[in-house]
Ligand binder design. Structure first.
Ligand code: SAM
Length: 412
């Protein structure tokens, strides 16, 4: 998906103190957005699950095998959408703090960033119980949006890699700036930067130490680009998990295929969305396991081709690399669970991950459509909330609730 999280984390750190004494920003997401119990749309995948994975083992038909072989040829010929994706991310401009705060999706970006912070923090804590010197692979690092999270986690070594060369350069620059600005007493992690297409090239040969073993591979909003072909998805998995230490974690965020198909099936056309995002499929009703392309458009960003990731298949494929699923949660589930933790709730405020409703005298709401906040009014009517409260506009909830959070653990 397009870069939903680019927020200058420095700004977030700075805002922590002044935000602390604002009114409690506790909100519930609009109730009807991602009700996974609904059968609409899920049916196609439930059937697919039986048909293609036999519950767990994917059975690949002869035609499907032929498809894989054709895809494989494409990979070796360097075809596919990787270059389009790289070009898109290379062209994305870094925007200043002021411009960013004016963005219609300011809170959505912050919210997604909070989700990543909590996820990353959780797994750093898990590893830290076993060892102190933590090594991380940030696969699809972009412009380095997570550098401050690694700094906060006091890791020892980071390898940043991305298909987009300009992004890798900007990430490296951000790392150097961070080092220069840090206190002399603070030990900042060592870092290595690699431009590579992780769905087509083996990363290990590019590391300073090819035998490097990672405690965490973090793949935030990236893995779905690899589901163009089986070979690409497998190569990205190999890069993510092949060099993990025993007990290491592969964590990430990716669109939830059930949610995408559910919304598509409910739409009268081949697309769905709202005023800030649009997802456009080529057709409805047929969802191949690989190469099921859709175009994702986000406010102020051009279309990027992405691919549906059928999660039960990813879970199966990961077994090849001795990976066991620890959990898979929708953004909604993850948010609701983590909001029970006071520290995470405070972080949500500090990161400005929710907007205050109603706006105060010095601010205006992100959306000027009154029905974008009807879920808050509904909560109020039912006596379930007090104003002012923290929320996202309905359009932003709809965009963020497409995603899921996952974590795998290396068994051997
Ligand atoms: C939505 S951005 C996320 C960036 C970063 N992970 C974050 O959360 O801020 C997706 C990133 O995946 C990268 N990407 C897409 N396909 C890739 C591939 N085949 N190999 C490596 N990186 C890829 C893009 O260049 C882009 O930087």
């Amino acid at each position: 998906m397009a870069d939903l999280t680019r927020v200058a984390e420095q700004d977030l750190m700075k805002s922590s103190v002044e935000e602390a004494d604002k009114p409690a920003l506790v909100a519930e997401p609009p109730a009807n957005l991602d009700d996974n119990s609904s059968s609409s749309g899920r049916g196609c995948f439930a059937e697919k699950e039986k048909e293609d994975t036999g519950g767990h083992q994917p059975k690949v038909s002869r035609n499907r095998k032929r498809e894989f072989e054709d895809d494989s040829r494409k990979v070796h010929m360097g075809e596919g959408h990787g270059q389009t994706v790289a070009a898109h991310y290379n062209e994305l401009q870094e925007v200043g703090v002021e411009k960013r705060s004016e963005s219609r999706i300011f809170y959505l970006r912050n919210f997604n960033n909070w989700m990543k912070s909590v996820l990353i923090g959780e797994f750093i804590d898990k590893v830290r119980q076993k060892k102190n010197s933590i090594t991380v692979l940030d696969l699809g690092c972009g412009k380095g949006g997570d550098l401050l999270k690694w700094r906060k986690g006091r890791i020892h070594k980071l390898v940043c890699t991305d298909i987009a060369e300009v992004s890798v350069q900007q990430c490296q620059q951000r790392y150097s700036d961070m080092k220069v600005r840090s206190r002399p007493s603070e030990r900042i992690f060592n870092a290595e930067f690699i431009q590579a297409d992780s769905s087509k090239e083996l990363l290990s040969s590019k590391y300073d130490d090819p035998a490097m073993c990672f405690d965490i591979c973090s793949c935030q909003f990236v893995y779905h680009y690899s589901f163009e072909t089986y070979e690409q998805a497998d190569m990205m998995l190999k890069n993510a998990c092949g060099n993990l230490c025993r007990g290491g974690y592969f964590i990430g965020t990716t669109p939830n295929s059930f949610e995408l198909v559910k919304r598509l099936e409910a739409s009268p056309t081949n697309s769905f969305g709202n005023d800030i995002y649009t997802v456009k499929f080529e057709k409805k009703g047929e969802y191949p396991l690989f190469g099921c392309k859709y175009d994702f458009h986000l406010e102020g960003v051009v279309d990027v081709p992405e691919f549906l990731v059928y999660f039960p298949l990813l879970e199966e494929m990961a077994k090849k690399y001795s990976m066991k699923l620890v959990y898979k949660k929708t953004f909604r589930e993850f948010y609701e669970e983590n909001m029970k933790n006071e520290e995470h709730k405070m972080l949500l405020k500090r990161m400005k991950a929710l907007e205050q409703y109603p706006a105060n005298d010095h601010s205006s709401l992100a959306s000027d459509k009154p029905d974008d906040y009807e879920h808050v009014e509904e909560l109020m009517k039912n006596g379930k909330a007090e104003l002012p409260m923290g929320t996202l506009s309905k359009s932003e909830w709809e965009a963020t609730s497409i995603y899921l959070v996952f974590a795998f653990e290396k068994q051997l």
